[in-house]
Design a protein around this ligand. Structure first.
Ligand code: ADP
Ligand code: MG
Length: 397
């Protein structure tokens, strides 16, 4: 292991150069991937060499396969204990990772993947655990619950991945995550993926990683989402009208609208339904089974408008969201980045609209400063249009 650290593996240009099994290569081909993304090219060989890794990469760069491929390559099929764990901050993200791993594992006979998250009956998950999965994808709270009930043992864990580590730790999972890591062998491989680094991530890294390798991926020109960001100056009681105006332009087949509260999300959904639009919502109080139905239907294009809170939408990968609308401005700058990152994925162009009241224009300025300071992604096609007095305005959609 130490050898490979002194001798960094070359960064491969193709999947074929990566020493992957035929089963994985066939699955990658079925998924339609021809070349590895930058984060995949950097992470896969390093992770397969056994190194602990701290990777910082923007959303939409293909992180799931970056850790998913090495995890599946490692699994010892005859060993029926849990060997590989991914922790994710939300149920939706856990499910999405589970789906991606299942696709990657299509030709590997005998690999079992279980997804554990709050909101699903625990009994169903107990039966999944009885099938002795080698790979677990979980949200921290539910995994801990299973550990406390003695349903799962982590003493044979080889690799542990924290996906969206920054967000997970921000959401108050520090204690849970720490307890879970402490239940794994101290020589397990620990791999952290974040969009940005923060103190909690550094602390976990410092406490639990051994000579970690750092990987930083900046969005390259090709990877860079092309997102035109618009600000629409409005008033509180005119927001709906502006929104309807946007929707009536009928330009976008698939849109996400973000609100800050569950209440507003519900209220806006009923209003749009009443106006005859086909819209559904997800937030923390919507039952998990219902959230899954809504997400699947949205992915399949069964309805065009998904209304969501930040937490419920975190990390969700839906191809072809053409427009993101901020009905409310997010209270966290980073959320803005994550929200508009729902569009412009996979090298497509995207557009975002923020409905901003005069009171919110101060927040909008803060967000813009934050965005300009990002080493990231953004392409300000139209930049933000402003009135002479500096307040944002919008015209001519
Ligand atoms: P991240 O976790 O970095 O936000 P994801 O893992 O969700 O990114 O991947 C974003 C999208 O890119 C997914 O739809 C995924 O299937 C696709 N993708 C991943 N790797 C590749 C690749 N090598 N070539 C083309 N598309 C890819
Ligand atoms: Mg991801």
């Amino acid at each position: 292991m130490s050898d490979s650290r002194n001798n960094l593996p070359e960064i491969p240009a193709t999947f074929a150069e990566m020493d992957l099994s035929d089963e994985i290569l066939r699955a990658i081909e079925d998924m339609g991937f021809t070349v590895p993304s930058t984060v995949q090219a950097k992470t896969i060989p390093l992770m397969m060499s056994g190194a602990d890794i701290n990777a910082i990469a923007p959303t939409g760069t293909g992180k799931t396969c970056a850790f998913g491929i090495p995890m599946l390559e490692y699994v010892q099929l005859k060993d029926h204990r849990v060997q590989e764990i991914v922790l994710a901050p939300t149920r939706e993200l856990a499910l999405q990772i589970g789906d991606e791993l299942t696709k990657l594992a299509k030709y590997i006979k005998g690999v079992r993947i279980a997804v554990l998250y709050g909101g699903q009956p625990i009994s169903k998950q107990i039966s999944a655990l009885k099938r002795q999965p080698q790979v677990i994808v979980a949200t921290p709270g539910r995994l801990l619950d299973h550990m406390n009930r003695g349903n799962i043992h982590l003493d044979a864990v080889h690799t542990m991945v924290l996906d969206e580590a920054d967000e997970m730790l921000n959401m108050g999972f520090v204690k849970d995550v720490t307890r879970i890591i402490e239940a794994t062998p101290s020589d397990r491989q620990l791999v952290l993926f974040s969009a940005t680094t923060n103190q909690d991530v550094l602390t976990i890294a410092w406490k639990f990683q051994h000579e970690p390798m750092e990987i930083t991926v900046e969005a390259t020109k090709e990877d860079r989402p092309q997102i035109a960001q618009y600000v629409i100056a409005t008033e509180r009681d005119k927001k709906i009208d502006h929104l309807l105006y946007l929707l009536d332009a009928d330009v976008y087949q698939r849109m996400m609208i973000f609100c800050n509260t569950k209440f507003m999300t519900d209220k806006l959904t009923s209003r749009l339904k009443k106006e005859g639009y086909s819209a559904e919502c997800i937030h923390g109080d919507v039952k998990q089974s219902q959230r899954n139905v809504v997400m699947n239907d949205f992915r399949r294009g069964k309805f065009p408008i998904l209304i969501a809170t930040d937490v419920a939408a975190r990390g969700i990968d839906v191809d072809d969201v053409e427009a993101v609308i901020n009905f409310d401005l997010p209270s966290e700058n980073e959320y803005y980045l994550h929200r508009i990152g729902r569009t412009g994925r996979a090298h497509k162009h995207g557009v975002s609209f923020s409905l901003v009241t005069f009171q919110e224009s101060v927040r909008m300025d803060e967000i813009l400063k934050y965005m300009i300071a990002r080493p990231l992604p953004l392409h300000f096609e139209e930049d933000v249009l402003r009135n002479e007095d500096g307040t944002p305005f919008f015209e001519n959609i």
